[in-house]
Design a protein around this ligand. Structure first.
Ligand code: MF3
Ligand code: CO
Length: 255
């Protein structure tokens, strides 16, 4: 599949999809507290998404059974919400969500510490977020796609972290997953040339230990093989001739 270049109208719709998702994330952040189940987070998120006249894009995507991926501690991504899984103080929780607004998608993930967390966990969350911002330094017309990949991987590896290799970022638009795939590590090739109007979901997944992951028997939940902590941070990004526009992060004060 070719990489789509979005029209001004499409960008308008994706901007709105992004703004709504940013609001959902900010509300979920406020709601997150010890004692709540991962299913409660999902219910809250789905309700909010629908209240903005959006569709939760993850629900039923390839059979995924919920609207929000809630991945705790050693879970990397795609944790399935569960009424029995209770969030506790000291956990790190990744929330990944996607919405469809008038046919257009946005996709974003955040990782939060619940209450007091270990300094190592705190550093992991911080570095994962910084990886994203290192990557997008290269996200502009004329650069190559894998400039972004290299910057993300280098930043994490220099700090001793494992970079997940089995899952990638992706193009996004009328579909949740469009071309191109965006690895979070250095590639031999340069990758496609970036052009204004491309919309990309850039999403580093970073482990305290090794890069290796495995799938649990539910066939969704991805965990680190060594069961070390993992964090995820993602925004939907519009490529322009200048600075990239973060469609799911318009206010830099909130993460
Ligand atoms: N944010 C995830 C991604 O970028 C989507 C979750 S997959 C789903 O690939 F099946 F849970 F929807
Ligand atoms: Co994504």
């Amino acid at each position: 599949m070719a990489i789509t270049i979005k029209s001004a109208r499409e960008i308008e719709l994706m901007t709105e999809a992004g703004r709504i998702l940013e609001t959902v994330h900010n509300e979920l952040k406020k709601a997150l507290r010890p004692g709540m189940s991962t299913l409660e987070i999902d219910r809250l998120g789905e309700e909010m998404i629908r209240s903005y006249n959006c569709i939760p894009s993850f629900l039923d995507y390839n059979g995924y059974p919920a609207s929000i991926c809630v991945s705790v501690n050693e879970e990397v991504v795609h944790g399935i919400p569960n009424p029995e899984r209770i969030i506790k103080e000291g956990d790190i929780v990744s929330l990944d969500a996607g919405v469809i607004y008038k046919g257009y998608h946005s996709d974003a993930a955040r990782t939060y510490g619940v209450g007091e967390i270990s300094p190592d966990a705190d550093e992991l969350i911080k570095v994962t977020r910084e990886c994203f911002f290192e990557g997008i330094k290269y996200a502009k017309e004329g650069n190559h796609l894998f400039d972004i990949s290299r910057a993300i991987g280098k930043y994490a590896e220099e700090r001793g972290y494992g970079v997940v290799r089995d899952l990638c970022g992706h193009g996004i638009g009328m579909n949740l997953h469009e071309a191109p795939e965006i690895p979070n590590f250095e590639m031999q090739r340069k990758g496609v040339k970036l052009k204004a109007g491309m919309t990309l979901a850039i999403e580093p997944m970073i482990n305290i230990g090794g890069w290796e992951v495995e799938w649990l028997s539910d066939d969704w939940t991805v965990v680190t093989r060594d069961r070390s902590l993992s964090a995820h941070y993602e925004n939907t990004v519009l490529i322009t001739e200048g600075e990239p526009r973060l469609l799911t992060l318009t206010s830099r004060e909130v993460d």
